[in-house]
Design a protein around this ligand. Structure first.
Ligand code: UD1
Ligand code: CA
Length: 456
């Protein structure tokens, strides 16, 4: 199939008032990144020659986000927002001279798959001037309705507010995503008026204009779940739920065991190898990579962490950004790790904080070990060599190095470097007073007897 050049136009100038939020609607996250990023990522799969994001005069943050995602993104400002056709018109100067297909997508529609956009593009190559992404809904509500002729070709899009009772019965709805020949778009945009219930310039009117001009328009249908448009917090929660289910299905299809799928939460960029097992109630925030054969046990919370193969993490582990765990390591319950490299086969099994550290291979970190990495101004590094053994309840006051093979006595506060294979004990010596407890008990008992005598 012929692959035409693509100019992607992402609409994000709407006000999103129904979100009731100081954050622009399209910057609200689904699966750990903004809806805008989802939309931009989906169109980017088509390698567009042009990428224009239309924002309102309040849209600085949206424009900055788009540029941070794609350096070649160009920003068009629409002020005031006067409808979707007006928004597209504001993008046109930025694609002047461009020949090919314009792909219009709404930034509040985060779940569209790149394959769907490719199918839409390819539909134009079959001779249609415009192709619209549609879906069937049992509750079409405020969506625009797609009118077809007897041959299944699209003849018009009727906005719900302008639809007759009969038209409202149509269950085929407009997702808002449209591929359109850019020449025709240029020609038709100025012909669109605002004579409708909302007094807005509707991009959807372009279909009837195309048909009047003797052109054909097509529809491709996808599931309602994929084209959900988010206008409220409830719809945001619904989009998140759909996204999570999609990720769970993908993970299981890729060879990951989820002991209770509905309680495991993924991010857009989660990477998991085969034969990984994930227990109940595990949260994987952005930036997580888990290699094959590893087990993540229940109630663990992981973000920005890389975990090697055949490791065991949790239950109740917290891995924060910059954690890099080598194969065969063990991280147990109530262990928090931040910005630290944990060597192969190292064990950190209980009640520990490791921050800004390097832990050698096979090192054993005892229960209650704390790296004291922060002095109120700066973070300092703790280095622990291969095969070192850190006794329970050790405080490692960074910067400090414990060389390979060294032992640290339990309860130590380590402030100075420890040599290879040495033993460091840094706690006060135990004193022993023979028979003290007997004397202590006797004198207290005598006092008690005196008191009871007095009070009677
Ligand atoms: C729109 C469609 C409707 C479709 C529905 C799918 C039109 C006229 N209607 O309705 O057929 O069923 O989406 O979700 O297109 N925007 C601008 N500038 C504007 C107005 C909107 O950039 O002046 C942007 C918004 O930020 C949003 C998108 O366009 O990303 C859609 O706008 P919205 O007001 O949500 O349209 P709907 O009423 O949902
Ligand atoms: Ca909408």
């Amino acid at each position: 199939m012929k692959k035409t050049a693509i100019a992607a136009i992402v609409l994000a100038a709407g006000q999103g008032v129904r979100m009731r939020s100081a954050l622009p609607k399209v910057l609200h996250p689904v699966g750990g990144r903004s809806m805008l990023a989802h939309a931009i990522d989906a169109v980017s799969a088509l390698s567009p020659q042009k990428l224009v994001v239309v924002v309102s005069d309040q849209g600085q943050e949206i424009g900055d986000t788009a540029k941070a995602l794609k350096a070649n993104a160009e920003i068009a400002v629409q002020s005031p927002p006067r409808g979707t056709a007006d928004a597209v018109a504001k993008a046109m100067p930025l694609i002047e001279g461009f020949e090919g297909t314009a792909l219009v997508i709404y930034a509040d529609t985060p779940l569209i798959e790149p394959e769907t956009l490719m199918a839409l593009r390819d539909t134009l190559a079959t001779g249609a001037s415009a192709a619209v992404l549609g879906f069937r809904s049992t509750n079409p509500g405020g969506y625009g309705r797609l009118k077809l002729d007897g041959h299944g070709a699209l003849t018009a899009i009727i906005e719900a507010k302008d639809a007759s009772r009969e038209e409202l019965q149509i269950d085929l709805c407009n997702s808002g995503v449209m591929a359109i020949e850019v020449d025709f778009l240029r020609q038709a945009l100025p012909q669109i008026d605002a004579n409708n219930a909302k007094g807005e310039y509707y991009l959807t009117d372009i279909i009837a204009l195309a048909v009047q001009a003797g052109r054909t328009c097509a529809v491709i249908e996808r599931d309602e779940e994929e084209v959900l448009g988010v206008n409220s917090r409830s719809e945001l929660a619904l989009a998140e739920a759909i996204f999570q289910n999609r990720m769970r299905r993908k993970a299981m299809a890729a060879g990951v065991t989820l002991l209770d799928p509905s309680t495991v939460y993924f991010s857009f960029d989660t990477e998991i190898g085969e034969d990984v097992t994930i227990g109940q109630h595990v949260v994987l925030n952005p930036g997580v990579k888990i290699a094959s054969g590893t087990e993540i046990r229940a109630f663990s919370h992981i973000e920005g962490a890389t975990i090697g193969s055949n490791a065991i993490v949790g239950p109740f582990a917290r891995l924060r950004p910059g954690t890099d765990i080598a194969p065969d390591a063990r991280v147990g319950n109530f262990v928090e790790i931040k910005k630290a490299v944990i060597g192969e086969g190292a064990k950190i099994n209980h009640l520990t904080y490791i921050g800004d550290a390097q832990i050698g291979a096979r090192a054993n970190i005892g229960a209650g070990t704390i790296t004291c990495n922060y002095d109120g101004f700066n973070k300092h590094t703790t280095v622990i060599g291969d095969d070192a053994f850190i006794g329970s309840n050790t405080a490692l006051v960074a910067p400090v190095t414990v060389a390979r093979g060294a032992y640290i006595g339990s309860g130590s506060v380590i402030t100075k470097n420890v040599d290879e294979d040495a033993l460091a004990v840094a706690r006060s010596r135990q004193s022993l007073i023979k028979g003290w407890a007997v004397r202590f008990r006797q004198s207290n008992k005598a006092n008690q007897t005196n008191k009871t005598k007095k009070s009677t």
